[in-house]
Write a new protein. Structure first.
Length: 254
């Protein structure tokens, strides 16, 4: 299905995604992406997926799909380095004028691209998906609390600071250096775009539940890591305002 907003995507688009042990869903997800993008006529596209040292058949499945679809370019880490490192590798291998950051587990329907692309007519350099969350109460509260603190640190009022689904101009996203090793990369990308003076537009999107859940131990560990990372964001913003740290100049549209 096509969308009116996609007419704003002239030039080229890259999908950048990390993948780790996604053999049970990766083929269905990638085929869905390919079918959707093949139906578009206004832009060139490619899909770059970084297989982050998966221990299952994720890499083999991606290689087989790439043989069928040359626009799919799988890249592999020899060992698992974490979601942020895998996404960084995927981003750095993109060539598109615009880059869609998306998870490979199927939680973000590719159809959201149409609504996000429509924001480009308003001069957006970055568009973030505001999720209709279907996670547990614990996860929703953690996301809300960390987002509220990060908004306070930046003086912003984003509704979904931690969303991983983003459409960003390629020459902007490829200059970011991500430091987070785990799932905090989505918060870090938002923070570093704001540091560079990039206004982030938000659009409502659907966010599906994962087919498999997390253990309570992992949820508690991730919550602890998120709290520490939010503290880092607070300290970093203080150091930037105090001119102890500097960031590259503000990005503007050419």
């Amino acid at each position: 299905m096509t969308g009116a907003g996609l007419s704003s995507l002239v030039g080229s688009l890259s999908l950048a995604a990390p993948a780790y042990n996604e053999a049970h869903t990766i083929e269905l997800v990638v085929r869905d992406w390919v079918a959707y993008l093949q139906a578009q006529q206004t832009f060139r596209w490619e899909i770059v997926v970084c297989n982050d040292g998966s221990r299952d058949e994720t890499g083999a499945i991606l290689d087989r799909l790439a043989a069928e679809c040359p626009a799919l370019r799988p890249i592999s880490h020899a060992v698992n380095q974490g979601a942020a490192a895998a996404l960084t590798t995927a981003i750095r291998n993109t060539r598109g004028e615009w880059v869609l950051l998306i998870d490979s587990d199927g939680q973000f329907p590719i159809e959201s691209l149409s609504r996000m692309a429509a924001e480009l007519t308003r001069g957006a350099l970055a568009v973030s998906g505001e999720r209709t969350k279907k996670d547990s109460y614990f996860a929703r509260f953690g996301s809300w609390a960390s987002g509220a603190v990060c908004n306070l640190a930046h003086g912003t009022s984003l509704k979904d600071f931690n969303s991983a689904l983003k459409l960003v101009r390629g020459d902007v996203i490829r200059t970011l250096t991500l430091e987070a090793r785990g799932l905090n990369y989505s918060t870090e990308i938002t923070s570093k775009l704001l540091e560079r003076g990039v206004e982030i537009h938000e659009v409502a999107i659907e966010h599906l539940s994962r087919p498999d859940g997390k253990s309570s131990r992992k949820l508690v560990r991730d919550a602890g890591h998120r709290a520490l990372f939010v503290l880092y964001v607070l300290i970093r913003q203080y150091l930037l305002r105090s001119h102890v740290l500097v960031v590259p100049s503000v990005v503007t549209r050419c």
